[in-house]
Design a protein around this ligand. Sequence first.
Ligand SMILES: [Zn+2]
Length: 323
Amino acid sequence: MSKVKYYYDSETLSYKKIERKKRRTFKFVTLFLVAAALFGFLFVFIGGHYFESPKEKALKRELTNLELQFDLLNKKMEEAETVLANIEDRDNAIYRLYFEANPIPEEQRKAGFGGVNRYKKLDGYDNSELIISSSKRIDKLLKRIVVQSKSLDEIAVLAEEKEKLLRAIPAIQPVSNEDLTRMASGYGMRSDPFTKLRKMHWGMDFTSPRGTPVYASGDGIVERADSNSAGYGNHIRIDHGYGYVSLYAHLFKYNVQKNQRVKRGDLIGFVGSTGRSEAPHLHYEIFKDGERINPINFYYGSLTPEEFNKLLERASLENQSLD
Ligand SMILES: [Zn+2]
């Protein structure tokens, strides 16, 4: 039971309850608080709508800055794309062409990413489009760089192969022949020094005194160094790989052994007149895939055009070979 308070009314000379007045005060205070809360709420709600807080202002500035940076990044990507396109063009038109590799098709270089939407998590924001388009651009750029890098790897291998091939091809004269007078007889129909009959001469003869150094005309491995082939006497065969073999006949002495690895210009033996030979000379042949071909076409590396023409003229004379 609640306490009931009274006050003494001197006019009526009796006690009266004081409860009522307090109730009214309480009501008034409650009303005031509710009104204040409502007003406060309205103030924050409407004010917040029309006026920015310092924090919001800072965030907005940051957002504007981000968009600006995105634009700058896109410009830089454009530059990178231009540079890469230039490299790709050169790759297809020069490097791959030079090393006889097929150009990489445009679609393969610039292919996007199919299947699942890998940009889904970037969806649903005001700036989603900007972020997604930039992400796509970077992803494509990265893929193109990977394709280009692989292409260069392939070319590096091809270049190394080509260099090996160029070192292997028998491309110099097998004896020192500075004034070109040593070349005595070329490849083609010649008169046989012994029978005097016209017959095929399968190589080139270089007249040189006995003991003149003979050089390997390309990198390779000594396949034979013996006198077991009729007519050639002491002879050396070098396997250069890629189907090329060079042969050096009528030697006086060897300077290499079978299975020895040699480099172009290495001293492999000395001129002699062993086998079917009329006088000291080097008989030199080149095989390609088992066929004997004209060695005159292989001196391009070491001769000037004038020298080559002179040698060609001499080699074409249908004279008597030394065999
Ligand atoms: Zn000969």
